[in-house]
Design a protein around this ligand. Sequence first.
Ligand SMILES: CC(C)(COP(=O)(O)OP(=O)(O)OC[C@H]1O[C@@H](n2cnc3c(N)ncnc32)[C@H](O)[C@@H]1OP(=O)(O)O)[C@@H](O)C(=O)NCCC(=O)NCCS
Length: 173
Amino acid sequence: MTNLNIRTEQPEDTEKVAELLYHAFGDRDDESLLVSNIRVSAGFIPELSVVAELHGEIIGHILLSKAEVVNEGGRDEVIALAPLAVSPKHQKQGVGKLLMQEGLKRCQNLGYPLVLLIGHPEYYPKFGFKPARPFGMELKQFAVPDDVFMVCELQEGALGRIQGELVYPEVFL
Ligand SMILES: CC(C)(COP(=O)(O)OP(=O)(O)OC[C@H]1O[C@@H](n2cnc3c(N)ncnc32)[C@H](O)[C@@H]1OP(=O)(O)O)[C@@H](O)C(=O)NCCC(=O)NCCS
């Protein structure tokens, strides 16, 4: 898609991002509320809120923010991906893919070892995500099937080295 600009979200994008999330998730505001709450939380990393802009319109958004993997020995900081959205009329044209690639690259450049998510099991494996539980990850805060709880390794050896319960910050609950 020519003229598509993938860039960091700016304060003036807030309303357009909320609108996009509302429509992309079937006319409900749960996700825009989640994003508003993450933005003002300790886990927010401004450069990990990324938008896709086409002719001045925000047509896609990805948010990656801090979470922890906790075990008896301690805790590791990781990244949780949520949400990812592309406006209904621009879906299946590669926008989500560009946002995913940019988001994961930014997380890697910032030195994060793993990205975890709960999401479509047919979509995220394209970007290197695998079911997390076989790698020693647990999720207790949300009761979800094994195949939707996924992890992507950004640092070689991080999968296996980091094991325990993925704990989402309070704003996700
Ligand atoms: C899921 C979503 C972000 C995908 O964005 P998109 O821009 O339509 O996806 P892309 O065009 O980049 O698709 C990349 C690839 O995934 C495939 N794909 C797209 N949506 C898919 C889906 N829901 N399930 C499986 N595969 C999918 C595409 O065919 C494409 O495959 P290819 O690379 O082999 O050609 C978008 O459909 C969306 O916003 N959906 C509503 C909100 C939502 O469900 N968000 C995710 C929450 S987990």
